[in-house]
Design a protein around this ligand. Structure first.
Ligand code: F0G
Length: 430
C-alpha cells in the first residue's frame, strides 16, 4: 500500500488521517492535503537524482510527473498508470510578451499533455491512487478537461469511468474526447457546481473512486508543473507564476510544490503566484480584494467554460498558496480573455480560452505596475488551442456579440470566387 511517512491532513483544522484511509474531506468539512515528512529527504541529493533522470528515453521516470516521484506518490511501478505525461515545453512569449509589456514572459504549455490539458499530471497520480485502492470505477464532475483526461487514464488501465458534465456548457473537443475514450457520460441539468455536489454523493453511495481535484492525490501530481518548470529554468527562481483559477486545484498544487521545494532548500525563495479568474466566476478575487469571507458565485458566467465555476472546492488551498507566496488574485473580463487569446494564438503558441487568463492577467498586472516589465514571469497555459474551436471561430468571424465580445484582433476568413483576380484583390497585390 501507500508508504506511511505521509499522512492526510485537514487544511482547516489540521487533524490528520492515515494515508491509506479512503476519504476526501475531514470530519469538520475541510479538504485534505497529503502531508509528507520532508525532514527525511536530502534536497541536494533529490535535485541531483531528478537531474540524472532528465531526458530518460523510456520507463516510468521518463514521465514528466514520475521523474519527481519522491514528492508525488509512493506507489510500486506495477500500480502506476502513466501516459508519459508532462515533458511540456517552456516557450518565450514572443510577440505576446511585447503586447503584455513584459520582456521576460514565458509560457509553460500544459496543453501539450497526452489529452491536451494539465489535468493529465494530476490524473496519472489520481488513477494510480485509484489502483492502490483497488478501484474498479472512477468518476468526476467536469467542465471538460478533467473528464477527457480521466476517461483516457481509466481506459489505459482497464477501469470504468463515469463523467458528470454540465449540459450544453462544455467545449466540443472535450466532450468528443470523453465519448471517444469510452467514459459513461451523464449530462446534468445544471452547472458545474451542481455536478460537483452530485458526484460526491454518487461516489459516497456507490463506492466509486472520486477523481476531482478534491482528491488530494490529484493535487500531488499537478505539483509536477512547478517541478518541471523550475528544472527547465535550471532552478533559477522566476519572480512570478501567473495561473488561471477555476476549481482552484492547480494554483493550490503550484503553491504546495513551491513551498516543498523551498523547505527542501532547492529554491532560495518562493516566486509570487497570481491567480487569474474570469470576472463572471470570481469568488476568490472578491474574497481577496474585499477581505470578505468566501462566498460562492451563484450563476457563474464566462466564455472560458473550463473555469465557469462559482463554488470552487479548493479555495482554501489556493488562498493559502497566494498568501504563502505573497502573490495576488486578479480578474479579467470576457473581452480581455479573448483579446489575449487572439494575441497568444497569433504569436504562434495558442491555447484554449481559460488558459489565456494567464496572458490577460499578466498584462493587466503589468499595466497596473504590480508586475515590473523586466521581471521573469511564467504563465501557465492549461489547455490546447484545439479544445474549443467554437470560441476561436466566433472571435475571428466577430459573432460573439451575444457574449459582449468584439473581434478586436479578428483575422476574418475571406470568401472569393476561384479566380486569380479575386486572389490578387484579396491579397492586395496587382
Ligand atoms: N484551465 C483549463 C483549461 C481547465 O480545464 C481548468 C479546469 C482550469 C484552467 C482551472 O483549473 O480548476 O484547477 O483552478 N478545469 C476543470 C475541469 C474544472 O473539469 O476540467 P482549476
Amino acid at each position: 500500500m501507500i508508504k506511511t511517512d505521509s499522512c492526510l491532513q485537514c487544511v482547516r483544522c489540521a487533524r490528520t488521517y492515515d494515508i491509506g484511509e479512503l476519504r476526501y474531506t475531514c470530519d469538520c468539512g475541510g479538504i485534505l492535503d497529503v502531508k509528507r515528512d520532508l525532514s527525511r529527504i536530502d534536497g541536494i541529493r533529490l535535485k541531483a537524482l531528478w537531474e540524472e533522470r532528465w531526458g530518460m528515453k523510456r520507463g516510468i521516470e521518463a514521465s514528466g510527473v514520475w521523474r519527481y516521484r519522491e514528492l508525488i506518490l509512493d506507489a510500486p511501478d506495477d500500480k502506476i498508470v502513466t501516459r508519459q505525461e508532462g515533458n511540456t515545453r517552456l516557450y518565450p512569449a514572443g510577440s505576446a510578451g511585447v503586447w503584455a509589456g513584459l520582456s521576460r514572459l514565458y509560457f509553460k504549455h500544459e496543453g501539450e499533455n497526452p489529452t491536451g490539458s494539465f489535468k493529465d499530471r494530476g490524473m496519472t497520480c489520481g488513477a494510480s491512487a485509484a489502483r492502490l485502492f483497488n478501484a474498479k470505477t472512477v468518476a468526476c464532475a467536469s467542465t471538460g478537461n478533467t473528464s477527457a483526461s480521466m476517461a483516457s487514464y481509466a481506459a489505459v488501465s482497464g477501469m470504468k469511468s463515469v463523467i458528470f458534465i454540465p449540459e450544453g456548457k462544455i467545449a466540443y473537443g472535450k466532450l468528443a474526447q470523453a465519448l471517444a475514450y469510452g467514459g459513461k457520460t451523464l449530462q446534468i441539468e445544471g452547472n458545474f457546481d451542481d455536478a460537483m455536489t452530485l458526484v460526491q454523493e454518487v461516489c459516497r453511495e456507490l463506492g466509486i473512486y472520486l477523481l476531482n481535484s478534491i482528491n488530494p492525490f490529484r493535487i500531488e501530481g499537478q505539483k509536477a508543473i512547478a517541478f518541471e518548470t523550475l528544472q527547465q529554468l535550471d532552478w533559477q527562481v522566476p519572480d512570478w507564476f501567473v495561473i488561471p483559477g477555476g476549481n482552484l486545484g492547480n494554483s493550490s498544487a503550484l503553491g504546495k510544490a513551491l513551498l516543498e521545494l523551498h523547505e527542501l532548500g532547492i529554491l532560495s525563495r518562493i516566486p509570487k503566484i497570481a491567480v487569474i479568474q474570469a470576472a463572471g466566476a470570481n469568488p476568490l478575487y472578491t474574497m481577496w480584494t474585499q477581505h470578505t469571507p468566501f462566498k460562492a458565485v451563484k450563476k457563474p458566467e464566462t466564455i472560458a467554460t473550463a473555469i465557469k465555476i462559482g463554488n470552487p472546492v479548493s479555495w482554501e488551498k489556493s488562498l493559502r498558496a497566494v498568501t504563502w507566496s505573497k502573490g495576488t488574485v486578479e480578474q479579467v473580463t470576457e473581452q480581455e480573455i479573448m483579446d489575449a487569446k487572439a494575441k497568444l494564438d497569433a504569436a504562434g503558441i495558442g491555447a484554449e480560452p481559460a488558459s489565456c487568463c494567464s496572458l490577460a492577467g499578466a498584462k493587466k498586472l503589468a499595466d497596473k505596475g504590480v508586475i515590473a516589465s523586466g521581471e521573469t514571469v511564467i504563465g501557465i497555459l492549461t489547455g490546447n488551442i484545439l479544445k474549443d474551436p467554437d470560441a476561436v471561430i466566433g472571435y475571428h468571424k466577430d459573432t460573439l456579440g451575444s457574449h459582449g465580445i468584439k473581434g478586436t484582433f479578428a483575422n476574418k476568413p475571406v470568401q472569393i470566387p476561384p479566380t486569380l483576380d479575386a486572389v490578387k484583390k484579396a491579397l492586395g497585390v496587382s
